[in-house]
Design a protein around this ligand. Structure first.
Ligand code: NAD
Length: 354
């Protein structure tokens, strides 16, 4: 029998090739008159193009977004937004830039228009992160949820294939864990399965033809669905483990997600059969964990944490940290099984049934 709760989120989503051209209309629709455009230093040109589209509505470009949203950057951005009298923020970029937009919204309550150019999915969630003294603290707050999201596949064409692949698997991880979430619901399951299907299809086509706009559209469509799932339901072992590895050992976010995912799915296989069925159906493989492992080999994604620079001596510490902070997972977290999982993920072995 179904037994669930579901609350929809109020973000307006605009999707289509060339739709970022309507950014001025969207700023006006929010009742705003001065939009600060934020980006990383690498995406200044794309941000300046947006500034050109905004004309008199532009309050200029702030190009200091960085990975993990350092609190100093967030403070500088808030001061800058205030100094230029911005009454809304346009964030163009990946999770790092959208994360900075969220930090500004948290502090100043300015509305965010997000124009995502990666597949991380942060734009669809009320989750924020801020790093202070080397520690990343995360939280949920509806004030940080973008009011408007413009998905324009043209803008992600410049994302190099290697980054596209790990970013896309990061999105698949949100949907995969959403399928066995304790607070899951049938709408999220539909979105998750379709998100995984669309993303995998798009990534495979990007491998053959990185410029293929239909492939980029498939990936952004998958991003929207998978990001929505992340924003609505709780995550489990996979996300907690990636958070520990990223935070403690400074491993790159999307690559770490890609390496851990097949192993986390193998760990949860028996405890979440329905989720595994949906994932394997979406990927076109026999078993969820092997299907994702094979997809990653097809895309030449690194298979072992050692390739990211993690040293073997840190595996015990990673295991201890992951066990020290208990969290919900469809299968209880057991030390020996978790340690074997970490060993396989470090070497880059095919996942076994832990
Ligand atoms: P990112 O935003 O750090 O971007 C990686 C690099 O790619 C940057 O240099 C960026 O400028 C560049 N880039 C982005 N789009 C490009 C494009 N189209 N062409 C060329 N270069 C481009 O990477 P990400 O994986 O999108 O985000 C990772 C961060 O997002 C992590 O800190 C993670 O914790 C956070 N995140 C948060 C949530 C959430 O819900 N709060 C969800 C997912 C990820």
């Amino acid at each position: 029998m179904f037994d669930f709760e579901y609350t929809s989120q109020p973000t307006r989503v605009i999707f289509g090739v060339g739709r970022s051209a309507s950014v001025a209309e969207e700023v006006r629709a929010l009742g705003a008159t001065k939009a600060l455009i934020i980006c990383t230093a690498e995406q200044t040109t794309q941000a300046e193009d947006v500034s050109g589209l905004l004309g008199d509505l532009s309050a200029g470009v702030f190009a200091e977004a960085k990975m993990h949203v350092p609190i100093e950057t967030a403070r500088r951005a808030c001061e800058h937004a205030h100094a230029v009298s911005a009454d809304c923020v346009v964030a163009i970029g990946g999770g790092s830039t959208i994360g900075l937009g969220k930090a500004i919204a948290l502090e100043s309550c300015l509305s965010i228009i997000a124009i995502p150019t990666t597949y991380a999915g942060s734009e669809m969630t009320p989750i924020y992160g801020l790093t202070e003294n080397g520690l990343k603290r995360t939280g949920r707050d509806l004030r940080v949820l973008p009011r408007t999201v413009i998905y324009d596949p043209t803008l992600s064409r410049s994302l190099p294939p290697r980054l596209s692949f790990v970013s896309g698997i990061n999105a698949i991880a949100h949907a995969a864990e959403g399928l066995y979430a304790r607070d899951g619901n049938p709408v999220m399951s539909l979105m998750a399965e379709e998100g995984i299907r669309a993303m995998a299809a798009g990534l495979r086509r990007i491998k053959d033809e990185p410029d293929d706009i239909r492939a980029r559209a498939d990936c952004l469509y998958g991003t929207w669905l998978c990001g929505t799932v992340l924003g609505q339901v709780g995550m489990a072992l996979h996300h907690k483990l990636c958070h520990t590895l990223g935070g403690t050992f400074n491993l790159p976010h999307a690559e770490t997600h890609a390496i851990i995912l097949p192993h986390a799915l193998a760990y949860n296989k028996e405890a979440a059969p329905d989720a595994m069925l949906r994932i394997s159906r979406a990927l076109g493989g026999e078993e969820a964990h092997t299907a994702i492992f094979e997809l990653e080999r097809e895309l030449d994604i690194p298979s072992g944490l050692r390739e990211l620079g993690m040293v073997e001596a840190d595996l015990d510490k990673a295991c201890d940290i992951a066990l020290s902070n208990p969290y919900w997972n469809p299968r209880p977290i057991e030390r020996d099984a978790l340690r074997s999982l970490l060993q396989d993920a470090w070497v880059g072995n095919r996942p076994s049934l832990y």
